[in-house]
Design a protein around this ligand. Sequence first.
Ligand SMILES: *[C@@H]1O[C@H](CO)[C@@H](O)[C@H](O)[C@H]1NC(C)=O
Ligand SMILES: *[C@@H]1O[C@H](CO)[C@@H](O)[C@H](O)[C@H]1NC(C)=O
Ligand SMILES: *[C@@H]1O[C@H](CO)[C@@H](O)[C@H](O)[C@H]1NC(C)=O
Length: 977
Amino acid sequence: MLLTSVVSVLLAASSTAWGNTATPSFDTASANGNGTSTFSGNVTNCPGYTLQNLSHNEHGITASLSLAGDACNAFGKDIANLTIEVVYETESRLHVHIYDTAKNQFTIPDTVVARPAPPTQSHTTTSDLEFSYDASPFAFWITRRSQPDAMPLFDTRTRSLPATPIASTPAGGSSVNLDGFELVFEDQYLQIASALPKGTNVYGLGEVIASSGFRRDIGADPGENGTLHAFWASDMGDPVDQSMYGSHPIYMEHRYDESTGTSSTNGVLLLSSNAMDVVLTTPPDSNVSLIEYRVIGGTLDFYFFAGPTAGSVIEQYGALIGYPLWQPAWGFGFHLCRWGYHNISETREVVKAMRAADIPLETQWNDIDLFQVFRDFTSDPVSFPGDEMREFIAELASNHQHYIPIVDAAVAVTANSTDVYDTYTSGVEQDVWIKNPDGSMYIGQVWPGYTGFPDWFAPNTEAWWTQAFQNWSDSGITFDGIWLDMNELSTFCFYSCGTGANLSDIQPYVGATSVEGWPECYNDTLSGKSGNMTVNGTSTNSCASGSDSSSIGPQKRMSIVNRNGRGVGAGDEPGVDLNSPPYAVHNSYGGLNLHTIATNATHAGGYAELDVHSMWGLMEEKATHHAVQTVLPGKRPFLISRSTFPSSGKWTGHWLGDNNSTWQNMYYSIQGILQFQLYQIPMVGPDTCGFNRNADEELCNRWMMMSAFVPFYRNHNTYGALSQEPYRWDSVANASRIAIAARYSMLPYWYTLFANSSTAGTPPVRALWYEFPNEPELFAVDKQWLIGSDILVTPVLEPGATTVDAIFPGRGNVTWRDWWTHAAVNATSGGTTTLPAPISTINAHIRDGSALLLHQEPAYTIYETRLGPYALLVSLSAAGGAFGTAYVDDGESYPPGDSRTLTFVANPGQFRIQSEGAYDVAQKLETITVLGVAQKPSGVSVQGRAVGNFTYLPATEELVLSNLGLDLNEGATVNWH
Ligand SMILES: *[C@@H]1O[C@H](CO)[C@@H](O)[C@H](O)[C@H]1NC(C)=O
Ligand SMILES: *[C@@H]1O[C@H](CO)[C@@H](O)[C@H](O)[C@H]1NC(C)=O
Ligand SMILES: *[C@@H]1O[C@H](CO)[C@@H](O)[C@H](O)[C@H]1NC(C)=O
């Protein structure tokens, strides 16, 4: 949950409610474990390595690297003997792993991130990528086989580059001097840098809200400062340019060659869970830019993806870490939540009010209000009694609606034997907890007071967790999906504050009562505390006078298990400083031990939190996914989680965390959605209308419309803030009905995109340049996006606007047609086109050459919508062609059962449907709308039979065939002339 309340918790720590809890100091200096900076290492004289003993094998090479001189011991001890393994894993994926030959350093176990089986055939001479090296000093570079003379995709021959400051201000405020680019491999510090083309386009390296936008700041252009991003899972609200909930050390680079007008895209993953800084910078007077990794443990485990397109890089990454889970169809419905639905009656009232306002509600959620004294897997016996909850959820189910409750990461510790809490006591019996180094239980402090934290490395934890879900469901909380929060791991006290403490000293959290803050341009003095923008029919937007000039944009240890001949890392290495690693990673809290469990916390097998911290969320997601599958057998688990890591998308979706009810945060959510497509967690979306602060009518109107066009669609609000359900303001209710109807009609398209994601890793949501890679004016666009390849979305992101500026990709060679009116846009080639965008509208456009399967009658629920007939929307290219596919199945079975794939092909004067697969599609195709039919046809036939009553609309060049009753289990042909 939110940072603001966390801060209030900390402020409250000295008050009686919190007893004698230690209060951490939030030192903002760049700092190590607890806020003490020891940033004194000097890498200038590090000796580098020499490659020896090279041997070739069927799949690549292996060699040893030995330290080429005296150890520099900059931030730890130099490791004298390394091994490098290069494996050509596929035609497009190359694995380069540099590790300590003794295998003491941490590497991610296969049980956490499963890696693909070794290659069965050799790719060494055919791969798109080639590995080259210098032996002394050792350096390597990766080139495309097809472009041996081009600048390498990755090139570590950087030792002679001049020292360079990075001007950006990382968390903590200090600028960083890059005083050497030599390969350094120490127990607590690994450094490697690669040269990149100056000013190239880099994306990824998150989770982050980058002030530069979706494209990262590489420091090459005037006004750019470069980027320093820290990787360390943190419960930090939604900060700008800082580490936050998830760690995804992958980037995608897009190279555009101005002289030829061609481009190619590649990807690089450092598969590491260790805390690290990654720096993007361009040294002064340099003709290259740089990426530098500074990691405080583990090994250098790199994967290179050849692309050569954005889509193929993302797919190749998915093939490595695993494709996203299958989503149930209902998961695409509208979700409603808030912190502060105090009891079951309030929750019921909300469901009723949604129905009364005729705004589709698919899934009702509850936050921690549900719990008895904030304990996981409970429901408060007074405000959310189990029997009534069972009835309430059954009622939802009978209306084809769903229910999702929250689960927090931390589990309450009970203070005495009369306080019965089975989740805790059974956890003690089954020994599921993270420990202190001496083997005692690690006890932190979260909402319920003192808490323990499940250790996913312990053998009984997953079974214990599954039982907890089963018991909860049996008790009346018959959930359909699960929301995982606080899993960075968040804790409010310093170190294991409960160990040895009187456990009844601290009490559960008491919520804040009111919330301050409004969206930009809402003047609560003028308009009151209602959030209404319209008073007596007049807009009270205080910025609306004439211009749309709002500011958008930047603002002693446990027993050790030896796994597969590998050591456990920092947990078992003599001389490693677990509490205060010498190199201070610039994470958002300025200390690795702040607001999370301590880096010396110990996991089963002897793993140290220092090594495995950022994977806790992933491991919880995997366990929860399995638990939900056990409780709801045969159904696709629907999970939304906060802290993620590579491969989380196999188990869960993600929401973008605790944002603010501001226009700027609405804009920032777009880059979040785009990033998570790259991270292979495509089911993603923001807290619509904003979490912290109060929303107003205009913001909520725009945001409800915008989020209808992103994968995960949930309105969620904080405790004490003004209510922001879509029925709260008439204009928002109206806008929501319009947008949700469009979304539900598009469901077959979304569903198909997600099937492609689960089977091939293809991103459902795309930046414009993915589809138009040779149009540099698109490389930084992040105020618009594409759903698949065919729908362009252009939301209003500013208060007081009545128009919006859009760029239409294709430079005039693509016709974009309005989703609502079907009119072709007269777009400016390669430039900005201003579109009307009054309140309660959103611009969406269909690309030409596309064919989209739609639901003809969007209804109140996804179930009812799916019972209705289908429609087809075809937008012809200038040459009269179109293509599309649709994947159809029952929308819920796991593993997926029978399916049917429909293929749509248009040629001049003809449209054909091919149908393949075993799934029986019961609903008929009733309407085919073809856009771009230049003249009224003199005759139309379906399956060779003439159709008399077709409609032709000359203004939109639109041919409409209705009441067709076509069976989609068979193919069909439509001709017109
Ligand atoms: C922080 O770390 C330093 C160095 O390890 C140690 O001396 C100091 O006591 C620690 N401070 C706290 C509050 O634990
Ligand atoms: C690092 O070492 C180099 C070479 O000995 C020296 O010139 C430089 O001053 C040192 N830097 C710091 C910050 O100590
Ligand atoms: C490194 O390898 C060399 C050659 O095998 C060996 O002599 C040396 O003892 C090793 N050093 C360490 C620290 O293991």
